[in-house]
Design a protein around this ligand. Structure first.
Ligand SMILES: C[S@@+](CC[C@H](N)C(=O)[O-])C[C@H]1O[C@@H](n2cnc3c(N)ncnc32)[C@H](O)[C@@H]1O
Length: 192
């Protein structure tokens, strides 16, 4: 199996994975800042973890997934790609887990309504000058327009992302925050 086959199989099976330019942005940041200790929340089938680990064999990724089927698929994929040494998989709900280790990059790509909780819980696991990157903060261009959305579930989801962006403003004393349009929108937060 190759990374490209993994990407194709995730797309064919309707598994949500990070968009290409979001992944490329994160990989550039890993290279530029030498971010070699990464925690990811939301493994799905391991695609983004494999992409991040592919930057260099010095990069180590710990990734958390709470869905049993996806966790098993990710385990199988990472073994098939011979990346077991660089990627550790944790099967658990990231909100119920306690991790003491510190990282220089934390990627949040899990339940979009829980971003504030993930951020609050895991910011203690960030090394000084490290980054927290949160995916899908534009949510298909709908963020900022929640009041015009007819579908109730979608409106609530988008409104939670809007709340998260408001919450981020309260973090500006601890983080440099950049909201960028790559992929589906990334919040790039560097610990001061
Ligand atoms: C968008 S997918 C992740 C895609 C993956 N990062 C990629 O680009 O290849 C989100 C994943 O987060 C998982 N997830 C949601 N809430 C979670 C939680 N509280 N703890 C761990 N995993 C969670 C979901 O089961 C889902 O597989």
């Amino acid at each position: 199996m190759t990374i490209h086959e993994l990407r194709k199989s995730a797309i064919d099976n309707n598994i949500p994975i990070m968009q290409d330019d979001a992944i490329e942005y994160i990989k550039r940041r890993i290279k530029l800042f030498n971010l070699n200790k990464i925690l990811e929340i939301g493994t799905a089938v391991g695609y983004s973890a494999v992409q991040m680990a592919s930057v260099s064999d010095k990069v180590h990724v710990t990734t958390i997934e709470k869905d049993a089927e996806r966790f098993m698929m990710a385990t199988k994929n990472i073994k098939a790609l011979e990346m077991n040494e660089q990627i550790d998989l944790i099967f658990n709900d990231a909100l119920k887990l306690d991790i003491v280790e510190k990282y220089n990059l934390i990627v949040i790509d899990a339940a979009k309504t829980q971003n504030t909780h993930f951020f609050e819980k895991y910011k203690k696991n960030l090394l000084n000058h490290g980054f927290i990157i949160v995916d899908n903060v534009n949510f298909h261009g709908l963020v900022g327009k929640s009041q015009t959305i007819q579908n109730k579930n979608l409106r609530q989801l988008v409104s939670k992302i809007e709340d998260f962006l408001e919450y981020l403003k309260t973090q500006e004393n601890e983080f440099y925050i950049d909201i960028i349009d790559d992929g589906d929108g990334l919040a790039v937060c560097q610990k001061i």
